[in-house]
Design a protein around this ligand. Structure first.
Ligand code: ARG
Length: 401
């Protein structure tokens, strides 16, 4: 008898990917190797392992990818100031290429023919998984059961799970679709599908409601060295610890919620609620420091590149030459981004209240209006004459008419 075909599945331990294991075995006679990517969601590794075996996986890899996520994906996204449609810090979008890379690595190691994921046919994530896998190993087949299978509802999946003794815990099930990692939480479906309804308070997992936050503001000092977050209130932290700590702190002060209708790549609009305390604080601080130490032309030009970069990531093109080239641009300007930003967290808001840097381009004697003013006011007149010359010529022509 020929050997069974092997497939490597991105497994979360939830209902969809549990049913997928069984379905791939029974309907397609695959041997299923599960990969659980730990990217900061709160899963119990031992329970996940047992569950995967109990469901029929031949092997499970539990990969701690938290450091890879922050160092290789969050930091570049921070440097790029990548925010989709002004509000989404791309937590799910940056995690997909990372998970895809883990799947491809395991598939190559195990000699598997295919990889599988649990994304649906109308979301962005299928695109990010498929395109990333194609870019990393074009020979691998991609199986996405949710695009193909017969189940039309969660209830039908639950029935199938019961029939086949798949261990599922529907008591833990929330009526939402939640995607969560160190860079934030994305929450959709259920009552959120009505874009007029205010999100119920129980959907939030990282942030407190403003009413439940401390009355007194909290000041923090965030230091950066060559663009990298270095310390919080003088205490040095790894990027992973920094992100975790800012999620905790921001969450306590209700910082980082957003509620939006966004444009998906596949053409539909969807309503999603996001929580991203750490990215909200880090983006604000990093951008503020760049304002202090970079020249105007670079700051203004960078905005165009940020937008393009964001679009590439959102649209699943992480493993593309343009993304790498843009990363090189953002990295090139980081060496001077060293300094400290002081922020105030209070009642859901995060505000920059102070900044300092040895590389500052802010010149007090040029900016001040007091007697120490060193700016030569007289040159202002000549400057205006030259700057306004084209408009003056134009206005004279129109007067002649
Ligand atoms: N809309 C976000 C994106 O396309 C998140 C997708 C996953 N959301 C979720 N709640 N499962 O990146």
């Amino acid at each position: 008898m020929s050997e069974k075909k092997k497939v490597v599945l991105a497994y979360s331990g939830g209902l969809d990917t549990s049913v997928i294991i069984k379905w791939l075995i029974l309907q397609h006679q695959y041997e299923v190797i599960a990969v659980y990517a730990d990217i900061g969601q709160t899963g119990d590794a031992q329970a996940i392992r047992e569950k995967a075996y109990a469901t029929g996986a031949s092997k499970i890899y539990i990969e701690d990818l938290r450091k890879d996520l922050v160092d290789e994906f969050c930091l570049p996204a921070l440097w790029a100031h990548a925010v989709y449609e002004d509000r989404y810090y791309l937590s799910a979008a940056i995690s997909r290429p990372l998970i895809a890379r883990a799947l491809v690595d395991v598939a190559e190691k195990e000699g598997a023919q295919a990889v599988a994921h649990g994304s649906t046919g109308k979301g962005n994530d299928q695109v990010r998984f498929d395109v990333s896998v194609m870019a990393l190993n074009p020979r691998l087949e991609i199986v996405a059961p949710l695009r193909d299978w017969e189940f039309g509802s969660r209830q039908q999946e639950i029935e199938y799970a019961k029939q086949h003794n798949i261990p599922i815990d529907i008591t833990k099930d929330k009526p939402y679709s939640i995607d969560y990692n160190l860079w934030g939480a994305c929450i959709e479906c259920g009552v959120l599908e009505d874009p007029w309804l205010e999100p119920p308070e129980d959907i939030y997992m990282l942030t407190r409601a403003v009413a439940a936050t401390p009355d007194e503001p909290r000041y923090i000092e965030l230091a950066f060295e060559q663009g990298r977050p270095l310390s919080l209130d003088g205490k040095k932290l790894s990027l992973l610890d920094m992100v975790q700590e800012l999620n905790r702190l921001g969450g306590e002060y209700g910082v980082g919620r957003s509620d939006m209708v966004e444009n998906r790549l596949v053409g539909i609009k969807s309503r999603e609620v996001y929580e991203a305390p750490a990215p909200t604080i880090l983006h604000l601080a990093h951008a503020e420091l760049e304002k202090l130490v970079l020249d105007k032309e670079t700051i203004h030009f960078k905005r165009h590149l940020s937008q393009k970069y964001t679009q590439l990531i959102y649209d699943g093109l992480w493993f593309s030459p343009l993304r790498e080239a843009l990363d090189a641009f953002f990295a090139q300007i980081q060496p001077v981004v060293t300094g400290v930003i002081r922020l105030k967290l209070h009642k859901g808001s995060c505000m920059v209240v102070g900044r300092k840097s040895d590389n500052s381009l802010y010149d007090f004697s040029l900016a001040t209006y007091d007697e120490q003013d060193a700016f030569d006011h007289k040159v202002g007149e000549s400057f205006c004459k030259i700057w306004g010359l084209p408009l003056k010529v134009l206005a004279e022509r129109d007067k002649r008419k």
